[in-house]
Design a protein around this ligand. Structure first.
Ligand code: AMP
Ligand code: GLY
Length: 424
């Protein structure tokens, strides 16, 4: 089997390492991949947003199966185009990827089908939004409708901040056309949980739950980032809550998408807030989370390719997806200064890894055979263990063995999860 993986981050590195465990996989092409992925796949410089380039590449190479992981190509219809030239794909078609591509769409879907979420109003006119915001209690949450590189959510503490956010998004178009519409949403409180689930449009099988750490600094301070680390499982997400989510959120979402003629096949990501009134959806993603995937896939016992093919073919069953007991932790090493200004081009020395340790490379390139930093988030030092405490300890021990100048990482990944376990 020759497999094409679209994308080039830590998440794709984790997906590729899992796919490689299947003995029938003889080659993996990564578009564009990165300097670390190059050790596990053949990388070609085609951007993940260049759907025409991806389709051209796939038509010129012997690709048996494609895995499209990032949001942009999914929303742009990469799966539709690859399937049209006869390449079976893992990932939703554009009609279904809209669940992430338009927050107004997904909010209307949840309202129509009674799926618990934050109360909200949508606006396509800035002045109407600003007038409404003057009547609200604070904080409120303002969300650009479309994709915004994970930056389209603003928590405004007062009307002046809210007005500024609306003007930047809708008038100055800081997120381009993604800001043509916005949502103004009730601010929810409670622990956050990420649940990734495989679905073939009939059956939905949640993976082990996880917890992202989105802020740049320890103690959840500093700016929002693409994710500074993750742990799995998320101890706030009990079996009881999981059963409730299956009945109130997961199955209803799959049915709602079918009822809309937008059957979702792929990995559906539920960003949940566990509020006092129960679990509510704060976001859907149409794909694997990054860096959630880096802790979820190392715990997957079953064969990833078999699951992905079953998702594509509509033959997914519950017993196809099994996870190991134990836990995982991923500590993201970033270039100092991220998510604002940072320097790149520093040589990275990666240590030998044991069987429970993984280096998932996100922002690095190979130059003269040497791995050098090339992005904000550089790599994820990841480890599994019998307990969360052990996984966290091993991930930090691994992080300390990775060397590059100006490396920065949070020191408290997993801290909140461990505190939750101590309270139990
Ligand atoms: P997103 O970019 O959609 O992942 O959202 C970024 C973060 O904003 C989430 O992880 C939450 O912490 C926060 N957020 C989004 N919606 C809400 C909400 N309705 N109430 C409180 N926080 C929210
Ligand atoms: N970790 C959040 C996301 O992938 O969107």
């Amino acid at each position: 089997m020759k497999i094409l993986v679209v994308g080039g981050g830590g998440r794709e590195h984790a997906v590729i390492k899992s796919l490689k465990k299947n003995a029938s996989v003889t080659k993996i092409y990564a578009l564009p991949g990165n300097g670390g992925i190059a050790d596990d796949a053949e990388c070609y410089p085609v951007k993940a947003t260049d759907v025409d380039g991806i389709v051209k590449f796939a038509s010129e190479h012997p690709v048996d199966f494609a895995v499209v992981t990032p949001d942009d190509p999914l929303v742009l219809g990469c799966v539709n185009c690859l399937e049209a030239i006869g390449i079976p794909c893992f990932g939703p078609r554009a009609e279904a990827a809209i669940i992430e591509g338009s927050k107004v769409f997904s909010k209307n879907l949840m309202k129509k089908y009674g799926i618990p979420t934050a109360a909200s109003e949508s606006f396509s006119d800035a002045e109407a939004a600003i007038a409404y915001l003057k009547t609200q209690r604070y904080p409120v949450v303002i969300k650009a409708d479309g994709l915004a590189l994970g930056k389209g959510v603003i928590i405004a503490q007062n009307a002046a901040e809210a007005e500024r956010a609306v003007r930047e998004i809708m008038c100055d178009k800081i997120f381009g056309a993604s800001g043509n519409k916005i949502l103004v949403e009730e601010f929810l409180e409670g622990p956050e949980v990420s649940v990734l689930a495989f679905t073939d449009g009939k059956t939905i099988v949640p993976m082990v739950s996880s917890m992202d750490h989105k802020r740049a600094k320890d103690g959840d301070e500093g700016l929002n980032t693409g994710g500074m680390g993750t742990v799995a499982p998320n101890p706030y997400y009990t079996e009881k809550i999981a059963r409730e989510c299956m009945d109130t959120i997961f199955r209803p979402t799959v049915s709602a998408m079918n009822a809309e003629g937008r059957t979702f096949k792929g990995c559906l990501y539920f960003g949940l807030m566990l509020t006092r009134d129960g679990a509510k959806v704060i976001e859907y993603n149409c794909r694997f989370g990054d860096p959630e995937t880096q802790v979820v896939l190392p715990l997957l016992e079953s064969d990833l390719l078999t699951i992905m093919q079953a998702v594509r073919n509509g033959t997914l069953t519950q017993d196809m997806v099994r996870f190991k007991a134990g836990a995982a932790c991923c500590v993201v090493l970033a270039s100092d200064g991220y998510p604002q200004k940072y320097e790149t081009g520093y040589e990275i020395s990666t240590p030998e890894t044991g069987k429970d340790e993984f280096i998932f490379v996100a922002g690095a390139k190979k130059e003269d055979g040497r791995l050098k930093t090339s992005g904000g988030r550089v790599l994820g030092a990841t480890a599994t263990g019998d307990t969360l405490k052990e996984a966290v300890r091993k991930a930090y021990a691994l992080a300390e063995r990775v060397g590059f100048e100006n490396a920065y990482y949070r020191k408290d990944i997993g801290g909140r999860a461990l505190a939750c376990l101590r309270e139990e």
